[in-house]
Design a protein around this ligand. Structure first.
Ligand code: EPU
Length: 420
């Protein structure tokens, strides 16, 4: 089993480049099944989660090839299975993104409840997806843990999301592109990956209006062609690297990013009195001398991303004063604070959605196990703020989402080794 060994203390400087967005790539690969032509995808992050969706496509029968630097081509034509592979479904929440495209392509689909990061109570629910498919007229059966959805005569429908869901919005939007009639989705998520996916599907012949607003209208078409898709920069990587610079009090430039997608973090940095300079596709963080604490409430986009809550909570352990962190979206995501407490952070858990951080704390290096992707990268940043060596185990849970993270961190001066 590999682990990271991190020695703090180095001065960090220079540039760190952001890769393509994981949560855009995880939708575009499944979306290729909607068309009957090969598609080229650029700026693909080469991370474990993306390798898993590529494996799923291959197991369904599609041809997927690496055709260049971070470029992949998918030929969906030979795909001939409507059953999603059990082991891969268990590994990855985003495997649910294949369900809609397979349903409209084959008229039926069989799958298991998806796995992925344990950040919500029990299994992360898929009720919104199922309710959407039902609204389109699909029949759903659950037998021995397998869902079997049939829908040979689906019809466009009106659907209101009782809870805002990113993948739920993307799934029903993609599925509706090939369903006859008009679909109107209300209370949709607004994350930037959604209008980008819609823009791609429209280039392929779909008729989607309103993506990026809370109401999306889709007029079903008979077929889609294919086009090339350029994956946008990863906004969570962008914010994570910005927090890394601030928490370790180093100057750092983050390149290849879209600062507009992380506005909520800049608003928090203003309150934390952390200085930064935004350009079109880069950000310079000025390592602060001291950080002012500020309460945080996570919110759906354009609010503060839940995926940046763990690194922000760590940042507050290095700030002067108390801060209340409120994470309303997931009810287990905040439990990683136990690991920060093991490093000597002063954090009080109020309930599954709230913690109070009392900063600043001197953190100490420990041996820790990464519980999930965003908590895992947070432990890496915590290790850089600490005194003494930190060992992080279960690094699959970090490399699922951050490509060549060891090399990129070494590039800015971090003393980190991946030890097999
Ligand atoms: N929810 C339901 N029923 C559903 C679906 C979701 O109750 O059928 C609930 C969830 O349990 C959660 C809330 O709705 O409480 C919002 O979840 P959402 O569906 O928006 O999350 P997601 O689409 O499963 C995506 C990202 C997550 C990110 C969230 C929120 C992907 C592949 N994943 O998840 O990313 O945290 O949106 O922004 O796009 C990550 O990258 O580490 C990650 C977990």
């Amino acid at each position: 089993m590999s682990k990271y060994i991190i020695q703090p203390g180095n001065k960090l400087s220079g540039e760190i480049k952001v890769h393509g967005a994981k949560n855009a790539a995880l939708k575009i690969f499944p979306a290729t099944l909607l068309s009957k032509q090969p598609c080229t995808i650029n700026n693909v992050p080469e991370i474990e989660d993306v390798f898993r969706v590529i494996e799923i496509l291959k197991q369904l029968g599609a041809n997927v090839e690496k055709t260049g630097d971070h470029q992949y081509s998918v030929d969906p034509v030979p795909a001939n299975s409507c059953e999603l592979p059990e082991e891969l479904m268990k590994k990855l929440r985003a495997s649910i993104m294949f369900v809609g495209p397979l349903l409209v392509r084959c008229g039926e689909v069989k799958f298991l409840h998806p796995g992925g990061c344990v950040i919500g109570a029990g299994k992360r629910p898929i009720d919104l997806f199922l309710a959407g498919f039902k609204a389109f007229g699909a029949e759903i059966k659950l037998e021995d843990g397998w869902y079997h959805i049939r829908g040979h005569n689906l019809q466009g429908a009106k659907f209101f999301f009782p809870k805002i869901s990113v993948t739920g919005t993307e799934c029903l939007m993609m599925t509706a592109t090939l369903i006859p009639g008009k679909t109107v989705l209300k209370n949709c998520a607004l994350e930037p990956e959604i209008p980008v996916l819609a823009e791609y599907l429209n280039k392929c012949g779909a008729k989607i209006k309103g993506a990026g607003t809370s109401t999306i209208e889709i007029e079903g078409v008979k077929e889609l062609s294919a086009d090339k898709f350029d994956i946008i920069p990863d906004r969570i990587e962008t914010g994570t690297f910005a927090i890394l610079a601030a928490a370790t009090k180093n100057d750092l430039t983050i390149t290849n990013c879209n600062p507009e997608h992380v506005e909520a973090l800049w608003a928090m940095f203003d309150r934390n009195e952390i200085k930064y300079e935004l350009k079109n596709d880069s950000i310079k963080i000025h390592g602060p001398k001291s950080i002012k604490s500020a309460d945080l409430t996570v919110h759906e986009y354009p609010g503060f991303a839940t995926d940046l809550q763990p690194p922000y909570t760590l940042l507050m352990t290095q700030a002067e004063g108390n801060s209340l962190i409120h994470e309303p979206i997931y009810d287990r995501r905040i439990f990683f604070i136990d690991l920060l407490a093991q490093m000597n952070a002063n954090i009080i858990l109020c309930d599954p959605h709230r913690v109070v951080v009392q900063g600043p704390s001197q953190l100490y290096g420990r041996t820790l196990v990464s519980p999930d992707l965003r908590a895992g990268i947070t432990l890496v940043i915590a290790a850089l703020c600490a005194e003494g060596q930190t060992t992080i185990e279960n690094i699959y849970q970090i490399e699922r989402g951050y490509e060549s993270i060891v090399n990129r961190l070494q590039g800015i001066g971090v003393d980190i080794k991946n030890v097999k």
